[in-house]
Design a protein around this ligand. Structure first.
Ligand code: 5GP
Length: 161
């Protein structure tokens, strides 16, 4: 392609032109977007990751007994409690399971653990508690939205079932 003006000629090579068009079409400069697309393609539950019961609880479309909320996390009582105190701490970002967490989620993961500590203190679990993350089928995970169980209010047995 030649753009001529006066005596000077500027030429845009075709590969460069194609590169610019692909940047526009495929969001190439946005590396986080590319990684998100790859994650969706390689995930066993592509795109359905957006919609779980927990997404609806985050959007307040399903009622839940919420005990803590901030910009990144939500904590609410489990509907089938396995201990006198049974809380689920979830990220608002729909990460399906622990095995899908990436290095860019490091700060969020730290925040979730600090949320566990904060909620446990808030609920008076001064004698201790257990934190459980089930990941995937063998882990016994039933809801495909990352969540941390806080179990407390009684002595926990070991090994778990
Ligand atoms: P998982 O088995 O995936 O580790 O844990 C999922 C947890 O979510 C279970 O303990 C289950 O009782 C809880 N759960 C499932 N559906 C709901 C719901 O609609 N509301 C609340 N509060 N908890 C739920």
């Amino acid at each position: 392609m030649n753009i001529g003006r006066g005596k000077k000629n500027f030429s845009l090579p075709l590969p460069f032109l194609l590169f610019l068009v692909s940047c526009w079409v495929f969001h190439l400069p946005d590396i986080r977007y590319i990684r998100y697309r790859i994650r969706c393609r390689t995930s066993l539950t592509p795109m359905t990751i957006q919609e779980t019961l927990f997404s609806k609880i985050i959007r307040k479309e399903i009622a839940a007994d919420i005990v803590y909320e901030d910009d990144l996390a939500l904590a609410f009582r489990d509907i089938h409690p396995q201990a006198p105190v049974h809380i689920l701490v979830i990220p608002k970002q729909p990460i399906p399971k622990l095995a899908d967490v990436e290095s860019e989620d490091q700060a969020l993961m730290g925040h979730l653990l600090l949320t566990v500590k904060r909620v446990a203190e808030q609920l008076g679990l001064s004698n201790g508690y257990r934190v459980v993350i089930n990941s995937g089928n063998d882990g016994g995970q039933t809801v495909d939205h990352l969540h941390l169980h806080i179990l407390g209010g009684r002595h926990m047995n070991w090994p778990p079932g």
